[in-house]
Design a protein around this ligand. Sequence first.
Ligand SMILES: [Cu+2]
Length: 480
Amino acid sequence: MSNKLSRRQLLGLSAAAITGIGLSGKQAHAINHGGSGAAYQPFRGYNPPSGEARPYWEKTYSGGRLDVKPLPPVLPGRGYKPVIVPNGAALPFKIVDGVKVFHLIAEEVDWAFDSGLRAKCWGYNGRVNSTVIEAVEGERVRIYVTNRLPVSTSVHWHGFNLPNGMDGVGGLTQPHIKAGETVKYEFTLRQYGTQMFHSHHDEMTQMGMGLIGNFIIHPRNPRPEYHVARDFSLMISEWHIPAGTSRPNTLEMNDFNVLTLNGKAFPSTAPLVCKTGDKVRIRFGNLGATDHHPMHMHGHHFRVTATDGEEIPLSAQWPETTVLVGVGQSRNIELIADAPGDWPIHCHMTHHIMNQMGHDFPNMVGIDPKGLEEKLRPLLPAYMTMGHTGMDMGRMAEVMPYPKNTIAMKGAPGPFGDYIPMGGLFTILKVRDHLKSYDEDPGWYQHPPGTVAMKASDSDLRRDGISVENESGSGAGHGH
Ligand SMILES: [Cu+2]
């Protein structure tokens, strides 16, 4: 059997089926997925009204029809509330004969990870990791992919239930998209959730160069719980960009030194701005090379509400303050931002909240480097020992000039004149009672008087019988 069926052949087969002409098993199978189908039925989700059976597995492609009739396209702000893409944007679309048409362009992008660090990366439509495609369940999408890279590529729709030939695996489900070519993908969205898209050609290089993104599909008939005030989309990735170089080294497997949210390393990650009491959703995707990231949030707990597979039934959602986002996974979390303040959201792997960290140093923790530094300074003016004090940001900035095209290993000036000693996979949930606009960084939180941990006063120490000089640490709990 020819592996290419023309549209006319398919129509012919359908007609044969209708007129009851006998067909071989193989042909009959083709009809199953090729006849004229019913309209797409919105997914009821995993939280059906009580008493109704839960439709597990109903909507995977194996149980669906290839030719399902799409539902009408929906406009942002009308049928769905667009996601917020910190440091990024949703890809524009147009509607042609009831189909949402997108044009994705894979190209080299001179990308700023931070004001100090740029690199020649690969991205979609002028952005790295931060071009989001957004659509609505039941819609028909047609996505043109233009390849402006010097090599072949392909785009895989990660976590989608779609016809096999639209899966985007170069060489397996389609020919490679060669340099200069434009290829057309077209399918009906038969699910909703936080899905992703990425190159599936020379994956280590192309995904490592930045060809990844989130693909948000909103439900067609959302339940009331779906509505949130703030719906953020964040893509996690990791890079190896040795200080002073300007191209990511995608051969690196372990020692990543630039960790990013939507292609930005803190302090360049835009804060997630919320009003006190807002219901907030954060969609984490991870298409980095090898690392899984336990994303931790301060000051709040949240529920894990969905994976890239599907939403999690209400009865099975679990509370957390840290959600592990493995490579190739997405996780939705939801919370009520009810605590005003500046709250970190960050990966809890301590090496992932550093920028341009190298790891080939001897362990100097516990060593007094003073004598050593004095001896070495005349030979190496910028020398400083890396250790428990050596990583101190403020001092490092004074002593060590950074090589060209680097960012501070960690840190940014904070509200107290001290450095915030983190970088990389770090951003800030800014919750405020009053906001002029969601689109404006409200600045640092103004703490109510008496609510900031400050140096203890002598009268505090006296009142509580804390003797700083005389108590041994081990004896402090026993009283005297
Ligand atoms: Cu991490």
